[in-house]
Write a protein that binds this ligand. Sequence first.
Ligand SMILES: [Zn+2]
Ligand SMILES: [Zn+2]
Length: 454
Amino acid sequence: MMNLTLENIDSCSLSDLLGKSLDCQCGKSHQINMKKVVIEQGAIAKTAGVLQELGYKKALLISDSITWDIAASKVAEVLTENNFDYKPYIIKGRIIPDERIVGDLVIHAEHDFDVILTVGAGVLNDLGKFVSFKLGIDNIVVATAPSVDGFASQHAALVIGNLKISYATACPKAIIGDVDVLKEAPMPMIMAGWSDLMGKYSALSDWKISRIVNDEYYCDVINKMVYKSIQICKDNIEKIKEREPEAIRHIMEGLVLTGIAMSFIGNSRPASGSEHHISHCWEMVALEEGKKIAPHGVQVGVATTMITKLYKKLAAAKVDFAKATGLAQKFDQAKWEKGMENYFHGNAQGLIEEIKADKRYSVEKRLTRIQKLKTKWPEIQAILEEIPSSEQISALLESAGAAAKPQEIAIPAQEAADSIRMAKEVRPKYTILGVLDDLGLLEQFAEEMKADFS
Ligand SMILES: [Zn+2]
Ligand SMILES: [Zn+2]
């Protein structure tokens, strides 16, 4: 048993955090059911060793045609050379993680496989996690691009019945990131991962706000761990653009680390806040309208520039708590439900039921939050001021040729403004958007932001 403290967290390596229960200064013990992370140049050569060390005998090796060429074929060679039994399955064409592909993978899984070895990034990793979980076996991922924060998470996002659904599965037992492969990933994918990491600034700040307003559980040690990791990535943008191996390793480690942090906390607070909720809204609209949308990390980067702007707008605003209290007492449930139906259509009813159940918009709960915001305003102000500015994040994104504004990823001004209004409904987490709503500023800010987007 090891202890985690604010003092020693900086000297912990990723491996120090795996596979055991860690008593933490926050009063809880943290744990992730992941055994091994290897992120280094030439890591693919260690694949067979990792599988053997963890006691596996036979793998289903899944990839698509692209990841086969860039990495899975090398993985296959390594397994063959080391006499590790496996069967490759290459998914052809563009992958939508739906019923058909899940079915295909189950059909190709033989009864004596004891692990799925997924070679890929976002979608493939989700499929590997989901199918292995359903088959009752483990999953190991060999990452081909540092493009998403979902590698170490327990969740798998699939498209079932044309709806994007997040399923609870299990985190991979091991993550292998060969920096020689990762650094050759297309720059937009690398920047997507980097952008996703920049979203942690608002995720962490939202979490801190909710701790103050709702007494939500919070861990300083995990906050520090994630913050340090994203700070390194932010400061190394120039080296990332040059594909320097160390800098690319930092992105991959950051992406894995945020997943570990989620397991440690037991929810996605350290990795996902209002910026991810905005992105969820865009995904829902895109799916409904059948239009293509930018990759996850890219959306999160853009949403982060919007959310950090809202943070700074609130920092500069004159907050009228008496007016907020008056508005809270006049909350119009029917009007709110109508707004939900107009925006979320088929998903509205489910969300309305959830929100009614947690009573987050009851007059009583809202007044309690407003009172807390009022008495703790200096602390809230400090959080608003500490987050990097929207201009800073935008400039970094633009310097690397990544999208920074909604119009650059085909999100019209109206849709961007609407997502600011509605994103607080997609998850029960309290964020800056909930603060603005409680203070009666959300509508005004959304409208003012809309002018910026056109
Ligand atoms: Zn802790
Ligand atoms: Zn993300």
